[in-house]
Design a binder for this molecule. Sequence first.
Ligand SMILES: Nc1nc2c(ncn2[C@@H]2O[C@H](COP(=O)(O)OP(=O)(O)OP(=O)(O)O)[C@@H](O)[C@H]2O)c(=O)[nH]1
Ligand SMILES: [Mg+2]
Length: 716
Amino acid sequence: MKTYQGSEIRNVAVVGHAHSGKTTLIAALLHAAKTTPTQGRVEDGSAVTAYDEEEVARRITMQNAVAYAEWQGTKINFVDTPGFHMFNHEARAALLPVEAAAVVVNAQNGVEAVTERVWKFAEEANVPRFVIVNQMDHPKAGGTSGLSALIDDLHERWGRLCVPVQLPISGPDGFHGVVDLVTMEAFYYTPGGDGRGKIGEVPASLTGAAKAAHEALVELVAEGKDELMEEYFAEGTIPEQHLITALHEAIREDRIFPVLFVSGQANMGADHLLDFIKVYAPAPTERAPIAVKAPVLQAVAANGGGGDSSAGSGASVRKISDSEPTALLVFKTMSDPFAGRISFFKVISGVVRNDATLENYTRRGQERFSHLSVMQGRKAVEVVELHAGDLGAVAKLRETFTGDTLGQKGAEIQVELAALPEAAMTYAIEPKSRADEDKLAPAIHKLMEEDLLIRFFRDPQTNEFLIAGAGQPHIEAIVSRLKKRYHAEVTLKAPKVPYRESIRGRTEGHGRHKKQSGGHGQFGDCKIRMEPTPRGGGFEFANEVFGGAIPRQFIPAVEKGIVESAARGYLAGYPVVDFKVTVFDGSYHDVDSNEMSFKMAGRLAFRKCMETAKPCLLEPIMKVEIEAPDEFAGTLMGDLNSRRGRVQGMESKGRTTVINAEVPMAEMLTYGTLLTSMTQGKGSYRMEMNHYDIVPQLVADKILANAKRPVEEEEE
Ligand SMILES: Nc1nc2c(ncn2[C@@H]2O[C@H](COP(=O)(O)OP(=O)(O)OP(=O)(O)O)[C@@H](O)[C@H]2O)c(=O)[nH]1
Ligand SMILES: [Mg+2]
């Protein structure tokens, strides 16, 4: 394979609502570029970017995938992303390594909930966007009110900067091709062909509309650029070459969001879209230098850890250029039971060569890059070197994970990943056999390497294994992967609510641990003050012991005892959070005092405090967005009320109502099924963890009645 320079590379994330046809469109583009001899299909698992067996079985994309097309001297890297709301965090993550987002809109439905969401992600990530109106072959393309209504809708949502750069050639007999509004040429396609069009005349019925659309485009491009404006007024138009350069610049600077028309499934418009990406999408080397965090040197422990020896922290930038020091960012990990861990990365700067040894800046190890590759779906294609801006992959790094930066020694940078939502649903799982139990933890940890949303832990109360994820389909896919990839079989049990405990009052407590059982005794004694901190504040610890009432070296033991006891819970075995402890007094014994004794004293003092600190139960509150046709709004609102939901807003979009509410997780565990029956299958919802709040007394009483109160095994 040819070696591509940064200026010859385009990185495009393909984002959009579920089923808008992203995976199919990429398959069409790859076929048009002769990457695949036939066009891959989602239906039979032959689409290049839909290789995961869970995805093939469900016919949806669940994780990002990478593929590339070599198109007229340019390498176009595509990142296919999930449109299903539960996996939208993947789409967000895909925007980090790219310079353009192709926002795919289903021509039948226009802009949908996730279309808006991914647009916002791209905006936040500072990534130029183009709108691809897909499924133009569909008899219902344009919906009930036609394509001009679709364009009006784009304007309404994202402003007049959304401007067509093509005009679709469609009529009652279907979709035939597009008019390029820059060159004013028409391209005609055969449905089900190879995606390569034939140049022809603009149909007479469209010449007027094409001229008007061309002028609208030219005006928008020239806007704010004095020399172009002058040229436009003097000549009445802008020469094609100037227009191309100016449009490229306008797209890069977010002054224009071009709109194009294709059919992925019938492979119509593919070559033109590839051309468009080549000419108009920014090359990585053209983008402004990316913000990076310069290294933060660890305080040296040998200094006693007290002195602040951190240096060089703060924001900085790195230019995407071969001449900068080599650095790369791992943006995705795939754990393959055979090939091992495959790390997908973007070369931020410099050149990565096969067999290079690079330092993992995040974890401080050395990694050897053997069999340097680029990914074509699941297939790794080996390359000799990768230049700044390119996307690549390497297998079998020893200790490198998603989010890590690596590079040459002495030129450290760090790049921040987009924030992930909290897991929205927790299930208990039970290994089917002893052998399954042994395989479970290592297998889940492998899956967690590629899916950062998974949480895996033990229920402190029941000792069950708990697994948390984005929702039921997500958890089910994890369970299926555990079985198919790692032969670890588990049964899924009812969803669990991860309650927590906290306190509402300020109090003091005394813990004294004394044992005299012949020989060496044990003695620890501390007095602590406990007070609530704001919600989400976690745990704080302060030391106000003066005059050596407790020797310095035993203070951490007191803290440790408190932390351990808090993790075990007080009311019902859920971890106690959001409180501050100050140790202010105590006593010790010259011979009998040791760490263990002060840890015990810490535990006892904590439990003493809990008795009077007005302990309370906290529950996770979800941020929920529900979408359904207007006629169901009343039913849904009533239902939310009965679920202790607090409606934050209700909005009507076309004939759809969108309700935003905050609802306790405990009330949402089986909402998916209920919503389907309440809305005849026409409603959809998504939710994410938002915050913890105190459980109302009546509800808490019921939970506590069913819970075992944890017992502290050690006695004074
Ligand atoms: N008529 C028509 N159908 C299409 C077109 N593109 C996709 N489809 C159909 O729409 C369905 C979804 O296509 P996908 O390519 O899987 O859609 P996606 O956007 O990748 O979906 P997610 O990955 O779940 O977000 C499939 O059944 C396709 O056959 C198109 O251009 N025309
Ligand atoms: Mg897909």
